[in-house]
Design a protein around this ligand. Sequence first.
Ligand code: 3PY
Ligand code: MG
Length: 255
Amino acid sequence: IDGFANRIRGSRGGMISAWVGIPDPMLVNHLAQEAFDAVVLDMQHGMWDMPSAANGIAQVRLAGKPALARIPVGDFASASRLLDAGATGIIAPMINSADDARALVRTTKYPPVGERSWGPSLALNHTGLSGDDYLKNANALTVAIAMIETRAALDAIDGILDVTGIDGIFIGPSDLSIALSNGDQVAPNAAEIDSAMQHAVARCRAHGKFACAFAADGERAGELLKFGFDLVIAGAETTQLRAGARRAINAARRI
Ligand code: 3PY
Ligand code: MG
């Protein structure tokens, strides 16, 4: 689990993460049994609160996988609390400037990189590290990920990637498509989004940082892996649950 940060920093494609909004620790434990490389707990549009997220993180780790958490917009204080609870990475939505990126780093990295405050309670239990060893290694063992999902963020991508302590980016194709169409449409699979995504992957390569992205299903996730993304989502748990239910009903009706 604690090698994940090094693996994604050195990875060139191929990682797939689960994505969960329903705030149930047992649900994420079940999903983590599948061949996912990580599980994301979505606190922006999903319904996790801090206690349920701490329990969810524990259940993901119990299943032998790293847990990442997406915080609500601008909720950087929650970022360090989630790391304290044992999250391996923080995904921060709507990072639109180098200043936004620095605000994320401030609460997710210990000095001298940032100003993360001390209190890793559950993270010490999960990692088995002493306080001293956790302090020395936490910046390397965890990842701070900036979501790129607006026109401003695309324009500022080099400045964001230049911020020390930002480990990688995560493209939100739905918000990006709303932004690029001036509010006209949600079209995460549009050609314009494909080129923005390929551009973002190239900029990450140039800066030696990793690139992640959301895909609504496995087929789209496969396309994004071909673009060179280091980690992709292959649909949210609600989509996977309902697709599985639909498949079972259709199979039964065919007999
Ligand atoms: C987006 O597509 O905007 C996201 O934030 C992914 O969930
Ligand atoms: Mg979004």
